[in-house]
Design a protein around this ligand. Structure first.
Ligand SMILES: NC(=O)c1ccc[n+]([C@@H]2O[C@H](COP(=O)([O-])OP(=O)(O)OC[C@H]3O[C@@H](n4cnc5c(N)ncnc54)[C@H](OP(=O)(O)O)[C@@H]3O)[C@@H](O)[C@H]2O)c1
Length: 253
């Protein structure tokens, strides 16, 4: 049985980013009211919320490294919407550091990556659990963690980024067990996604990444957004799953 999500509420952290903005658009197209969570990109988040199809969208601060602020966000959503059915943990950060350059990956960068990609996702779940618990959706409330093939194959922007996504996938499994049967938890795990930022990188490197992918190209943000929407609307008996949206990238060295 597919979910009827008309009027349901989805909170997307990192909602104004390259992938997050497309996830917001897909969830709005499916009939959901979308809360576009932002860190620094308030202006872009507000513009996006105003442009989404349907009604009831808003842009709100969602600084995932500040647990008290995430709790305040959940309280605001409870007050203004009375519900939250879907939480998409899309906020994430990284920087390119060659894997052999151990000194280039300093403690400050390590702390920022882990505080955002791991602790931030957990803090968001902790804040929204009371609302997600009460979701009337078939299969319960839904948490989607934006993971990465980097967490599976250890190939990515730096060693700790890869480790952070492995931790996120592991958390998906623990939380799926801990929060059942009221809340489902799924990782959506792309390899490189062809956002505007990724398109702006060195063309030769970019093309090599596509060539290393069995399906011969990178994922589009739309394909990632469609996967997130499918988790909510269609895959209602999936929890603790790592849904790869990587064109087979994890099958090749
Ligand atoms: N692009 C890829 O190839 C790719 C592949 C696999 C997985 N992913 C994952 O997909 C997600 C989105 O990536 P993207 O490519 O769309 O990157 P992006 O455009 O840089 O978006 C990242 C988002 O994370 C938010 N963010 C970062 N630190 C934050 C903080 N402390 N508090 C709140 N928000 C914070 C940013 O929000 P503000 O701008 O508002 O601060 C931004 O919207 C990330 O989790 C990333 O690891 C990306």
């Amino acid at each position: 049985m597919a979910n009827t999500v008309q009027g349901a509420v989805a909170v997307v952290t990192g909602g104004a980013g390259g992938i997050g903005s497309v996830i917001c658009a897909k969830l709005a197209e499916a009939g959901m009211q979308v809360v576009v969570g932002y860190g620094r990109s308030g202006e872009a988040a507000r513009k996006l919320a105003d442009s989404l199809p349907g009604t009831g969208h808003s842009a709100r601060p969602a600084p995932v490294t500040d647990s008290a602020a995430m709790k305040a966000l959940a309280e605001g959503v409870a007050r203004d919407y009375g519900r939250c059915d879907v939480l998409v943990n899309c906020a994430g950060t990284t920087r390119f550091v060659p894997h052999s350059d151990l000194d280039g990956l300093d403690d400050e960068l390590i702390n920022t990556i882990l505080a955002t990609n791991v602790r931030g996702a957990f803090a968001s779940v902790r804040a929204f659990r009371p609302l997600l618990d009460k979701s009337p959706l078939h299969g319960g409330g839904v948490i989607v963690n934006l993971s990465s093939a980097a967490g599976n194959i250890g190939v990515g922007s730096n060693v700790i980024y890869c480790a952070s996504k492995a931790a996120l996938d592991n958390m998906t499994k623990s939380l799926a067990r801990a929060l059942a049967p009221r809340i489902r938890v799924v990782s959506v795990s792309p390899a490189l996604v062809d956002t505007e930022f990724v398109k702006s990188l060195d063309k030769e490197w970019h093309d090599q990444q596509g060539a290393r992918t069995p399906l011969g190209r990178l994922a589009t943000p739309e394909e990632v957004g469609a996967a997130v929407t499918a988790v909510v609307t269609t895959l209602t008996f999936s929890t603790g799953t790592i849904l790869q949206v990587d064109g087979g990238r994890t099958l090749t060295p």
